[in-house]
Design a protein around this ligand. Structure first.
Ligand SMILES: NC(=O)c1ccc[n+]([C@@H]2O[C@H](COP(=O)([O-])OP(=O)(O)OC[C@H]3O[C@@H](n4cnc5c(N)ncnc54)[C@H](OP(=O)(O)O)[C@@H]3O)[C@@H](O)[C@H]2O)c1
Length: 355
């Protein structure tokens, strides 16, 4: 199947988002024409940073209002495009039928485009591993592409907070099956780790969740991570480069999935302390970690951390097909903090003079 041609046209859903915004910027840097799909192209608080990109002034970047909830609204931005990076969230992950419908909307627009040959679908490491399956992590500690959360786990329901991972698997399968049936395009899944790095627009500080958690650390609050999972990170710029690499690669096949992470892991309290270590000039008043879990969970902290420490994260497959080099987490944290201060004007809590 066909990778996109150099300097071809790519439609990006979720273009006003943290990851989507970087995919747009890096595509423009590589000479592509970009159709940025956002929910409201008139909402300059969310899309002003896209309009400020040089490609917008020339017309190489265009903005299109499209909501996944409305069938047919991607027909116009996809018509004549070579590739689609389907990065956006859906409105909610609580109803699997709704998630399937949003996939059907996008797929119909791809089929109707007459031109799209490659689609990259953004999934997540939540569709690879799940905090619900700690015993399964002990049994199979290698985190690689051909593993999925235990779908037989009775706790794996939207009501138990698993709608997101279930929704991502619905999308992965829907796109691969539709591409196979079409025979004219292929669907490759990208499963990113926890995205850390610079925001490009102030509204992105509230999204994430990872940059939002760093914002809260700057402001003096640091919350323990669910079941003491360490952050398993990828720089948002490297994640974007992975998406573009998968659009361009001639070595990937319909239905394949690729994990995008650096293989760096770090506990939340260390990330919080990193702000002062990496940027002592701020004088950040490093907060203590708040642990909101019941005592019976807190009593198992050492046990849970030992299980996560078994995790053996792999990224050899995506490095082989995209040649992306993953930058160190220290750079991602530093650039995230600096962007929160400079772009979103976050006011950090600083130490008292002399403290
Ligand atoms: N951030 C991470 O650490 C991480 C990790 C793994 C996977 N992912 C996946 O990566 C993708 C991007 O994540 P992100 O962190 O960049 O998210 P984000 O900043 O919240 O951006 C997501 C975008 O989705 C769009 N969106 C939501 N509902 C929509 C709808 N009904 N129709 C059209 N667009 C809709 C929003 O568009 P508007 O702004 O135009 O309203 C938003 O800009 C997601 O699919 C996410 O699951 C993210």
């Amino acid at each position: 199947m066909s990778p996109i041609p150099k300097r071809g046209t790519v439609a990006v859903t979720g273009a006003a988002g943290f990851l989507g915004g970087w995919v747009v910027r890096l595509l423009l840097d590589k000479g592509y024409r970009v159709r940025a799909c956002v929910r409201d192209a008139g909402d300059d608080k969310r899309v002003g940073f896209l309009k400020a990109m040089p490609g917008y002034a020339s017309g190489r970047l265009t903005l299109h209002s499209a909501d996944l909830d409305n069938p047919g609204c991607f027909d116009e931005p996809f018509r004549g495009a070579n590739g689609v990076a389907h990065i956006s969230h859906v409105s909610a992950y609580t109803d699997p039928d709704y998630v399937q419908r949003t996939c059907d909307h996008i797929i119909a627009s791809i089929n109707g485009s007459g031109s799209v040959t490659r689609v990259v679908v953004t999934s997540s490491i939540a569709a690879v591993i799940s905090e619900m399956d700690l015993a399964e992590i002990v049994r199979r500690p290698v985190f690689y592409e051909d593993r999925f959360p235990d779908e037989t786990n009775p706790k794996r329901t939207p009501e138990r907070g698993q709608g997101y991972s279930m929704g991502k698997l619905i999308a992965e399968r829907a796109f691969a099956e539709a591409a196979e049936a079409s025979g004219r395009w292929d669907a490759i899944t990208c499963c990113p780790g926890d995205n850390v790095g610079p925001i490009q627009s102030a509204h992105q500080k509230d999204m994430g969740p990872w940059q939002h958690l760093i914002e809260q650390m700057l402001e003096g609050h640091c919350r323990q991570t669910d079941v003491y999972r360490p952050w398993m990170t990828v720089d948002v710029r490297d994640d974007a480069a992975c998406h573009i690499g998968l659009l361009e690669s001639a070595e990937v096949w319909n239905g394949e999935r690729y994990i995008a992470w650096s293989t760096d892991t770090r506990n939340v309290e260390d990330i919080c302390a990193d702000i002062d270590r990496l940027l002592p000039e701020i004088g950040h008043d490093t907060p203590a970690v708040t642990d909101p879990f019941p005592e019976r969970i807190q009593a198992r902290e050492a046990e849970f951390r030992a299980i996560w420490a078994l995790g053996d994260l792999r990224n050899d497959r995506i490095r082989a097909v995209t040649e992306v080099t993953f930058r160190p987490l220290d750079d991602s944290i530093r650039d995230c903090v600096e962007s929160l201060l400079s772009v979103a004007k976050v006011q950090p809590k600083v130490r008292a003079p002399g403290a």
